[in-house]
Design a protein around this ligand. Structure first.
Ligand SMILES: *Cc1c(COP(=O)(O)O)cnc(C)c1O
Length: 410
């Protein structure tokens, strides 16, 4: 298709998906209000942009950021640090903070995200939880929902220390977990086990819909700042939010027992983290609109998509199933070509640390690996699914999509 044909085609698509865009705008407004009120409640001022170095004692900005995040996320407490290298690192810190030798970790959303395989010991690693004597088991999803029967009988016959629930699908073919499904399973778990720690991998899900996991009974949740809550501004980092005692345990593990959250210099990043959160509702909204538009447009072009344009969304990820490796590669190359940074580079499938198959990644982003910026990736394996997410603004996202469609239909 030519540029003009694609433009006309997408304008038609936009008319069709308008009601969904309006829902997204309502969420955006509600989250924006929440963020603004949290900033005001904690008397944010320019002095909070000041930085600490060295140990990072008495970093007023950093401590206020954590209060603001907790408020926005509806959590008791939050740890928000640039010392977290990534979302996977924060998940790792949390798991090592809560689990002790002999404890049992249970995933109820099947195999966890690829980067956690060596952390847990699903794939051998001399530093895994398994090497410390932490046991692991998993219950797969049934269809696209929790296998409630199995979970109930498992909890009745085992003492589980921590249940891990991954909302976003990762590189799997399942649907992501909506907040309603999450709320329902947490209620069921609590009827049987009052003590088990319920931990949610909330990556890609923040500000999608009205509620966050800790508002529906999760004890602790984890996410990355180069995804939704960083708003494309935070240069790195992650958060762990939830019950105060669990946030404290994570802090003691991230830094050291006895110093915990009292240390950790902000190194000039406070303003970026705050500004990122400030923009997050709007950036998540434009990402959702791009996902909705992509879903409808690619379906019209004859491809399988998940979720569908008018499905209830749990995250900002849009899958397109190509059943063909060459099309997957071309689509990703088109996203790269439509990016602001490294548009001239042509991505090829490669071996990435922490991932089992070769992966193709289009990431023409300001921040390395940022996937709140328009990005698209996929493992080179059947059925050749592209996982697309992000879009800092709607128009930039749309231009990226146009470029991808152009490469695909060439
Ligand atoms: C992105 C993501 C993570 C963390 O990934 P990092 O690249 O390490 O930040 C973890 N779980 C899920 C489901 C994700 O989508």
């Amino acid at each position: 298709m030519s540029y003009e044909e694609i433009q006309t085609f997408l304008e038609k698509c936009e008319k069709k998906v308008k009601p969904e865009f309006q829902k997204v705008e309502q969420w955006e407004f509600a989250h924006t209000k929440k963020v603004l009120e949290a900033f005001q409640k904690y008397h944010l001022s320019a002095s909070h942009f000041d930085s600490t170095t060295g140990y990072g004692y008495d970093d007023l900005g950093r401590d206020t950021i954590e209060k603001v995040f907790a408020e926005v996320l509806g959590s008791e407490d939050a740890l928000v640090r640039s010392q977290f290298i990534s979302g996977s690192h924060a998940l790792t810190v949390a798991l090592f903070a809560y689990l002790r030798p002999g404890d049992l970790l249970l995933s109820i959303t099947g195999t966890p995200y690829d980067t956690l395989h060596e952390v847990i010991g699903i794939k051998e690693n001399p530093s895994s939880l398994k090497s410390f004597g932490v046991q692991y088991d998993q219950i797969d999803l049934k269809g696209n929902d929790f296998d409630e029967k199995k979970i109930v009988s498992y909890l009745q016959t085992h003492t589980v220390k921590l249940i891990e629930i991954q909302r976003s699908k990762g590189y799997s073919t399942r649907q992501s977990i909506t907040i309603d499904k999450l709320e329902k399973i947490i209620k069921t778990i609590r009827k049987i086990d009052k003590k088990v720690i319920i931990m949610v991998d909330n990556c890609y899900c923040e500000m999608v819909g009205e509620k966050e996991p800790t508002m529906v009974g999760a004890d602790i949740m984890v996410g990355s700042l180069i995804k939704n809550l960083g708003g494309g501004i935070a240069p790195n980092g992650a958060y762990i939010a939830g019950k105060k005692e669990l946030v404290e345990l994570a802090a003691e593990r991230l830094t050291l027992p006895g110093e915990g959250r009292e240390v950790g210099p902000s190194l000039g990043m406070n303003k970026s983290i705050l500004q990122g959160l400030f923009f997050a509702p709007s950036v998540v909204a434009s990402s959702l609109k791009i996902a909705i538009l992509t879903s409808y447009a690619l379906e019209q072009l004859g491809y399988e998509v998940e979720p569908k344009w008018n499905d209830r969304r749990a995250d900002i990820v849009q899958n397109i199933c190509f059943h063909n490796s060459e099309k997957l590669v071309r689509y990703c190359q088109g996203i790269q070509k439509g990016s602001p940074i490294d548009a001239f580079a042509v991505p090829e499938p490669w071996d990435m640390p922490g991932y089992e198959d070769k992966v193709i990644m289009a990431a023409g982003s300001f921040t390395q690996g940022s996937s709140i910026e328009l990005s698209c990736d996929g493992p080179i394996r059947e059925p050749y699914i592209a996982y697309q997410q992000g879009g800092l603004t709607y128009s930039y996202g749309k231009l990226g999509l146009m470029s991808a469609i152009q490469e695909l239909t060439k």
